[in-house]
Design a binder for this molecule. Structure first.
Ligand code: NAD
Length: 464
């Protein structure tokens, strides 16, 4: 079970990784692909243990773990194994007219020693995906797992220590003290996934050493729904995207913007479809997860109870059970603008609906808040979708569905400003952990053959 790394263990592993980073830096594509394939094999062997660990951490169902944790990682690792050799190759850029004698290209060099810090909400998927990118890019990696997913951490530690010596990849368990200690050290790259508040702490620490960072943060991700949609289908899409992992998903729809004319219909559909999905008492559903810990449970419970006291209507759900850290899949409307449900990222199974009359109202509502991690738009009219996309900003968008953008292997994943800095997954993850070095290979005549001191009439002619 959980045993936090001591500060002196952290110091020792850090020193070993610094000493070892140039060896890892020179690893070939073949060698790195072998490491990724070993991860694949080990994960496949341990799939049942991973499922059990997530169930113990927060009652996540085996099916959800298989899909959103294990399969998501296997797909990513296979994608890396298939493409790493080509990602690592130098990429030529077009010859420039002014430099016909220069062969220019981008060279991907490993950053060196990387620190990866992850949250608890996808406690297997997120650490493994970002770690794989760092390994593929040729870095040594210290992976700091969340203190709130101890069972999953144990399995990760077993998988990783079976493959890598700690001077190459080390799993660090710990909380704020251990992370703060790590953050004082000089890394070549820090990849952080978590809340915007802690993202600022990480960015400040990175600035002390001018360390490059990727910040994968959160935010209030809206879903805008046009009048013309097949509302039942949209409600089903939203129910899956919102209540998978009990709403503890960084890109879950945080709140809905729905045309006022559809109030009765959408509220009735949510009631029907939630019952169809989870039964009359979702607490008994084997598919429905719990809130990770008491702190998160209390935060959500208090926000919901304050919303109700300020006049919010519970459309569906609303039942909570502190002993089981259970919050029913809940839909609310008429939530006060000052309530935490409308102010902060919800990160739980509560979904407020806000009604609009004109799409401009929905756009203004979104733009008054920080730029979200994701924005969803549902319409049969592509002009409506384009209009919403062009008049808002978000890390990513999915049109007429939700969460799909994160699963697409050719798309980067990331936020914008308050919801994140930089990109992850696939070749974008590889690039985040690499330095894209510009190389100008000057062939034949060097520049000094054109410009040489003392500057003369002849030099001026070259400039014309
Ligand atoms: P968090 O920011 O509290 O913690 C993340 C990590 O930082 C953990 O490993 C934790 O131990 C460490 N940490 C916490 N406080 C710290 C401090 N003061 N100093 C140093 N380290 C500290 O986030 P969380 O509660 O674990 O996760 C929820 C948040 O993560 C949500 O905002 C969610 O949107 C976001 N998230 C983002 C993504 C993404 O890919 N963009 C994915 C999952 C979760």
């Amino acid at each position: 079970m959980t045993s936090y790394a001591t500060l002196s263990e952290i110091d020792s592993i850090y020193a070993q990784q610094v000493a070892h980073k140039s060896t890892i830096k020179h690893s070939t594509a073949e060698k790195r692909t072998v490491w990724i394939k070993k991860m694949l094999e080990e994960i496949i062997k341990r799939e049942k243990d991973i499922e059990q660990a997530l169930y113990r951490d927060f009652h996540k169902s085996g099916m959800e773990t298989a899909l959103t944790e294990v399969l998501a990682v296997l797909v990513e690792l296979r994608h890396i194994a298939r493409n790493l050799k080509s990602w690592m190759k130098n990429k030529s850029v077009r010859r420039a007219l002014i430099f016909p004698n220069v062969k220019a290209y981008l060279h991907y060099e490993p950053k060196g020693n990387a620190l990866i810090i992850t949250p608890w909400n996808y406690p297997f998927q997120l650490p493994m995906v970002h770690l794989a990118a760092s390994i593929a890019a040729g870095n040594t990696s210290m992976l700091k797992l969340s203190e709130f997913s101890p069972h999953t951490n144990t399995v990760i530690k077993e998988i990783i220590t079976a493959i890598f010596p700690k001077e190459h990849v080390a799993i660090i368990e710990g909380a704020v003290e251990e992370t703060t200690h790590l953050l004082k050290k000089k890394f070549d790259h820090i990849h952080f996934t978590g809340s915007p508040a802690v993202g600022k702490v990480v960015m400040e620490a990175a600035s002390k050493h001018l360390t490059d960072i990727t910040l994968e943060l959160g935010g209030k991700s809206p879903a805008v729904i046009d009048k013309n949609v097949n509302l039942r289908q949209v409600v089903k899409n939203l129910i899956w995207a919102k209540y998978v992992n009990a709403g503890q998903t960084c890109i879950a729809p945080d709140y809905l913007l729905v045309h006022r004319q559809q109030k009765m219909e959408i509220e009735s559909l949510f009631k029907q479809e939630l019952e169809e999905a989870f039964g009359t008492d979702p607490k008994n559903s084997p598919d429905y997860a719990r809130i990770i810990n008491e702190k998160q449970f209390k935060r959500l419970e208090e926000a919901l109870s304050e919303a109700k006291s300020l006049g919010a209507a519970v459309v569906s759900g609303g039942v909570v059970d502190s002993k089981e850290l259970y919050i029913a899949p809940t839909v609310v409307s008429n939530v006060a603008a000052t309530n935490a449900l409308m102010q902060d990222e919800i990160f739980g199974p509560i979904l407020p609906i806000v009604y609009y009359s004109q799409v401009q109202e929905a756009i203004d509502f979104i733009n008054k808040k920080e730029k979200p991690l994701a924005l969803y738009v549902f319409s049969k009219d592509s002009k409506f979708n384009d209009h919403v996309i062009r008049h808002t900003s978000a890390g990513s968008t999915c049109v007429n569905d939700a969460l799909v953008q994160i699963m697409h292997p050719q798309l980067p994943f990331g936020g914008v400003n308050n919801s994140g800095i930089g990109q992850s997954t696939g070749k974008f993850g590889f690039r985040s952990f690499s330095h894209e070095r510009a190389v100008a290979d000057v062939q034949l005549r060097p520049i000094s053959s054109l410009f040489w001191f003392p500057y003369t009439e002849k030099t001026n002619k070259v400039l014309q």
